[in-house]
Design a protein around this ligand. Structure first.
Ligand code: GAR
Length: 195
């Protein structure tokens, strides 16, 4: 059984979808811990599913390195086989990436390498693109530059706002994420820094 840690910053709707998938006896992975960089609303999903959680508040640390060291210490308690960044809106320091990558994956609401960074949905709209997408990647030291594990196109429709477009992307992200975690767990998808 693949053990998974999930790191979040926000509402954790993708985390919730993974928790729901993972409670099926046939699913080959289990979420063992959820972590956040703030008192994220999504931590409530962990509580509801009886999954332990931790918070390492970003603002209480003097540098990315120090924050990352504490996140690493928390993760090491659980020794997860895989770490999923699911809406964690922080870049991890290189030391933490080195410790976990390529067993460190990220969901992103755009068709990478298009529209990387913190505002993937807003940037696609601002560019006047006709379509965007969702991606699941291995985390490396760049900003959304790691090897792509799965991705799918999502059309942008007339009148889309950042909210409506993001809400249409998220179900695609969830499906891709659950499938990637399943394929990693079964060995169908081998992770390497050049996956
Ligand atoms: C997701 O769309 C995720 O891809 C995105 O934040 C959202 C979190 O939603 N992450 C990034 O943009 C990272 N660059 P959720 O909290 O409802 O799961």
């Amino acid at each position: 059984m693949l053990t998974v840690a999930v790191l979040i910053s926000g509402t954790g709707s993708n985390l919730r979808a993974l928790l729901e998938a993972a409670r099926h006896p046939d699913f080959p992975a289990r979420v063992v811990v959820v972590g956040a960089d703030r008192e994220a609303d999504g931590l409530a999903h962990a509580e509801e599913f009886g999954i332990p959680s931790f918070t390492v508040p970003w603002h209480l640390h003097e540098s990315r390195e120090h924050w990352g060291e504490e996140v690493g210490r928390q993760l090491d308690v659980w020794k997860p086989d895989l770490v999923v960044l699911s809406g964690l809106m922080r870049l991890l320091p290189p030391s933490l990436v080195a410790a976990y990558s390529p067993r460190l994956i990220n969901t992103h609401p755009a068709y990478l390498p298009e529209f990387p960074g913190a505002h993937g949905v807003r940037d696609a709209l601002a560019a006047g693109a006709a379509e965007t997408g969702a991606s699941v990647i291995v985390v490396d030291d760049g900003v959304d530059t790691g090897p792509i594990l799965a991705q799918e196109r999502v059309p942008i429709v007339e009148g889309d706002t950042e909210h409506t477009l993001h809400e249409r992307i998220k179900p695609v992200e969830r499906r891709l994420l659950i499938d990637v975690v399943r394929r990693i767990a079964t060995g169908e998808l081998a992770l390497s820094s050049a996956s």
